[in-house]
Design a binder for this molecule. Structure first.
Ligand SMILES: [Zn+2]
Length: 445
């Protein structure tokens, strides 16, 4: 189904000055979807966006590879995942460098080109060695052929044991700056913690001083404390509703507080199991799209088959009907990656295509402070982009830094007018359009 070595029709790094022109497609830009638009890439960045240019526009020294698309094709920025615990049988917490590299090399098949490997609560020194392993991975991963590690996300160990979810209680720690400093390797970018443990915001201050992104999660912070934390630099909440104190019409809780605090960001999981789609619909009405970020929270079972098992957060987790279920019957992260979740949002018809992509491209890039060159299709931006068959939202191809890094076998063929798509290759690709996920109300996390 997939091709490890994308077609030689598309330029390779041997000639970075070559131009790839993706012609006459729908192109998702910050201004919305532009129709019949041509996107050109050169030297790893987007060179231009607009109507087709005449052939004599190009310099003679430039080789132009023209890919003829059409109204059924959509080009979007590539996806950025701020919370990825692992995938394809690999758990980032295990800190195995070749295995982690395998995840980075496989993610382009799923349209994901930027991630924060996420470490859940584990014995402190195990977490320290996993951060060191990821630092090494970043150091040696200079090939830039796969997804890029944009930082590390520590989800724990400073969490509220009452909202532990699948995190092992025995390894959760109270606020401890010495333990924190052991964990803060140079590429840690994001920390999820329970602010109610941090009475005087000692830890929050230490994290903010280092310029880190701090989110509340696995928490039951009260409104007043949450608001004080926001004033002190707390940026958002992690997987809104999951492992955050819930609420009803008679009882308030951290989830409701997070909805009401307008300036607070919220990440959420849209696999159809962690949050009811109608609750997400409500969320989109309550919170600005500019404050929401889609995360997969995927773990090692993502990309594996039904029935397979893996170790996660110190326990055995099994893929049951697309859900990652631990021995206690709880959801333990998701088995879906971001493109599945984008399709879910579109299937459920609870947000626009523009909003769905903004929450998985520009918004995470903005939170990481890289939105001046990543996460949008604009001139001069890094050419990390995806080609979709728009009627089915099948993902067809992924470019990283202007180079084709993954496409379906036989997708492109040479024709007299340039490179064209082979419709049979699109037809034969197994349907990528998920049936809408059924929400399982009896499972809680
Ligand atoms: Zn969590």
């Amino acid at each position: 189904m997939m091709s490890q070595h994308p077609t030689a029709l598309i330029p390779s790094s041997s000639n970075p000055h070559d131009i790839t022109a993706l012609c006459q497609a729908n192109v998702l830009t910050p201004k919305g979807v532009l129709k019949s638009t041509t996107l050109q890439m050169q030297n790893g960045v987007i060179k231009s966006l607009g109507a087709d240019l005449p052939a004599n526009h190009f310099l003679r020294s430039e080789d132009v590879h023209t890919v003829q698309l059409g109204e059924d094709y959509l080009i979007t920025p590539a996806l950025i995942d701020l919370q990825l615990n692992g995938a394809f049988g690999v758990d980032f917490s295990a800190g195995n460098i070749p295995e982690m590299q395998k995840v980075l090399d496989t993610l382009p098949q799923y349209g994901v080109t930027g991630i924060l490997p996420t470490l859940v609560t584990a014995p402190l020194m195990e977490m320290v060695s996993a951060t060191n392993a990821i630092e090494e991975l970043i150091h040696f991963n200079t090939r830039a052929t796969g997804a890029k590690v944009l930082g590390i996300h520590l989800e724990g160990p400073f969490l509220n044991p009452d909202k532990r979810g699948t995190h092992p209680k025995e390894h959760m720690l109270p606020i401890d700056l010495d333990a924190l400093h052991l964990l803060l390797s140079p590429h840690v970018k994001m920390v999820t913690y329970a602010p109610e443990l941090d009475e005087n915001f000692e830890m929050l201050d230490a994290l903010r001083e280092k310029g880190l992104l701090v989110f509340a999660g696995h928490s039951k912070a009260a409104r007043g404390h949450l608001r004080a934390a926001i004033n002190q630099g707390l940026k958002g909440v992690t997987h809104l509703y999951n492992a955050l104190e819930s609420y009803t019409h008679r009882q308030v809780g951290t989830s409701l507080h997070a909805l009401l605090e307008k300036e607070l960001w919220a990440s959420f999981i849209a696999d159809g199991y962690h949050v009811h789609p109608e609750v997400l619909e409500l969320t989109f009405k309550m919170k600005s799209i500019d404050k929401l970020v889609l995360v997969s929270d995927a773990m090692s079972l993502a990309g594996l088959k039904e029935g397979e098992t893996a170790r996660f957060a110190g326990t055995v987790v099994q893929n049951k009907e697309g859900r990652a279920i631990n021995t206690e019957g709880h959801l333990a992260g998701s088995t879906q990656l971001l493109p599945d979740m984008i399709r879910n949002l579109l299937n459920w018809e609870i947000c626009s295509l523009e909003d769905a992509f903004q929450m998985a491209t520009h918004n995470p890039a903005h939170l990481l402070g890289v939105d001046d060159h990543r996460g949008s299709l604009k001139e001069g931006y890094v050419a990390d982009l995806l080609l979709w068959h728009q009627p089915t939202m099948k993902l067809l191809a992924t470019w990283i830094g202007g180079e084709l890094r993954w496409c379906d076998e036989g997708l492109f063929r040479q024709a007299s007018q340039g490179i064209v798509l082979n419709p049979e290759a699109i037809e034969n690709k197994g349907s990528a359009l998920n049936p809408p996920s059924q929400y399982k109300a009896h499972l809680t996390l």
